[in-house]
Every structure is written in C-alpha cells, then in structure tokens.
Design a protein. Structure first.
Length: 129
C-alpha cells in the first residue's frame, strides 16, 4: 500500500481519504474531554474525582468519554470491591504513551496562546469592518 492508499503523507499533498482508519482515532484523542481525562489519570482515579477535576463536564459526557477511551484501549476500568461498589480508571500502556505528545501539545498551546488571541482579535476586527 502506498501513501495515497493509506491517506498518509499529507505534507506531500496526499488527500486523506474519508475511510482512513486514523480519522476516528484522531477524533477520539483530539476531543477536548478525552485529552483532559487522560491528563487527570496520572494515577488510578475514581469517577467523581475525575469529574471534580474537570470543571464543566457533565456526568453524561464524562461517562461517554470514559467508555470511548476504554473501548479504544487507552484506559482501563476497574470495579472496586467496596460498599457501595466503586469504580476507578487508569491509563493503559497505550494511553500512557500519549502523555508525552499531549504534554508537548499543551505546552505549545500555552506558549502560543497570546499570539493566537492577537490573531483572533485582528481577524474579528477585520471581519466586522
């Protein structure tokens, strides 16, 4: 399979195919809540603790996010033998392998936030004129 068949090598001008297997994976890991959940999971963490750390996430959205991450092998869900029954989540080795790239992406956003805001303001001013 060459680059045009796999959808790889965008820098060489290849157009990503609509059925490229990277698309649903990128949709999942690039989702804001997924990235934030994975950042919170530096240790095994219970659902309510995750929710407290992520201001603004609803219980429904957090549940859906955790299920998608578990389905994709990024996290593992463990039922605790407590009363009442508790559940904690932790990163798998696959999920752990994303911590470094996520960290670099986060650092990039922090380092460039002022420049991006300046471009947004300039754009908004130009479009409103």
């Amino acid at each position: 399979m060459d680059a045009s068949e796999t959808g790889a090598a965008a820098s060489s001008g290849t157009v990503y195919r609509s059925d490229c297997p990277s698309r649903p994976i990128l949709d999942q890991i690039a989702d804001k809540w997924s990235m934030m959940v994975m950042e919170v999971l530096d240790k095994p963490t219970r659902f309510n603790e995750i929710k407290r750390c992520l201001k603004g996430v609803t219980q429904r959205v957090l549940t859906q996010t955790l299920r998608r991450l578990e389905r994709n092998g990024m996290i593992v869900r463990r039922v605790l033998p407590t009363s009442p029954v508790g559940v904690e989540y932790s990163l798998t080795p696959l999920g752990e392998s994303l911590r470094e790239p996520f960290g670099r992406l986060y650092d990039w956003t922090v380092n460039n936030a002022d420049a991006i805001r300046a471009h947004q303001m300039e754009y908004d001013h130009r479009v409103q004129s």
